[in-house]
Ligand binder design. Structure first.
Ligand code: SAM
Length: 251
């Protein structure tokens, strides 16, 4: 009898401990895990910015840009078989020979545009839609052009599903911009051009900034920041060497 009672007590004790610990130990849900990975990625980006501060002429990025990147779920923008690599600070293939850019590059290009809420932004090269989502997370209005139809359609559906209502995507050759919505406060080109496209310069508002990789498709290119000072004057700054897939199209 004594033995039975003590087993029963032991059982109650173990059950009590399990119930108590289940109250204080909540296993991490997938969302929390992704958030932890994003936070880690932000720290890697901050370190890369420090390491390249001489090029960037700044040792930290606008907090708003990093906060936006800490919110956008990059794992939703990569192919299913690469989800476990979504938060590496690396470019990844997205099909059709194209890539989703390295998060550090997304961060610095976004930062250099000096975006304010409600700015009108034109992106050339929608790709996965990730860069557009980061721009949109800064409360801007985004128009994005993709030349490869299946990529553009997928990105459009993805951005809609994730609730980025302030992004419009269209299929076409971004070299010619989107004159119906010009002028833009910011233009970001996420494919390498061999020259700065004049139609894009024309669509840049006074005070507006354009960031674009320029150079040969066979080597590294130079990331260039262009600021329109007034109707006739542009200021151009070379930022740092980069490597992007080429801007294609018939221009
Ligand atoms: N911004 C993208 C993202 O966040 O996933 C990554 C862009 S990927 C490096 C470059 C993209 O530019 C590709 O999807 C490519 O098809 C597109 N592209 C190349 N030439 C283009 C053009 N003339 N007009 C529009 N898109 C173009």
């Amino acid at each position: 009898m004594l033995e039975i009672v003590s087993y029963r007590n032991l059982f109650k004790l173990v059950l009590g401990i399990l119930l108590f610990s289940s109250c204080i130990y909540q296993p991490l849900k997938a969302d929390d895990l992704y958030q932890a990975e994003r936070d880690k990625l932000i720290r890697l980006i901050e370190q890369d910015v420090l390491d390249t501060s001489e090029y960037l002429k700044r040792s930290s990025l606008d907090r708003r840009v990093l906060d936006a990147m800490a919110r956008v779920p990059r794992h939703e923008f990569v192919p299913a078989d690469l989800v476990d690599r979504a938060y590496l600070n690396r470019p990844l293939p997205i099909g059709h020979g194209q890539t989703i850019s390295q998060p550090y590059i997304v961060a610095i290009m976004t930062d250099l545009l000096d975006l304010k809420p409600h700015h009108k932004v034109l992106e050339i090269g929608t790709g996965s839609g990730y860069q557009a989502a980061v721009l949109a997370a800064l409360d801007t209005r985004v128009w994005s052009i993709e030349i490869i139809e299946p990529l553009g359609q997928q990105a459009k559906a993805r951005l809609q599903r994730l609730g980025f209502d302030n992004v419009e995507v269209r299929i076409g050759d971004g070299y010619y911009g989107w004159p119906e919505h010009a002028p833009f406060d910011a233009i970001i080109v996420t494919a390498a051009a061999n020259h700065i496209p004049p139609p894009l310069v024309k669509q840049l508002a006074i005070g507006g900034k354009m960031i674009i990789p320029v150079g040969s498709r066979f080597s590294t290119q130079e990331l260039i920041l262009i600021t329109r000072v007034n109707q006739d004057e542009l200021v151009t700054r070379l930022v740092l060497p980069v490597r992007f897939v080429p801007l294609t199209g018939g221009h």
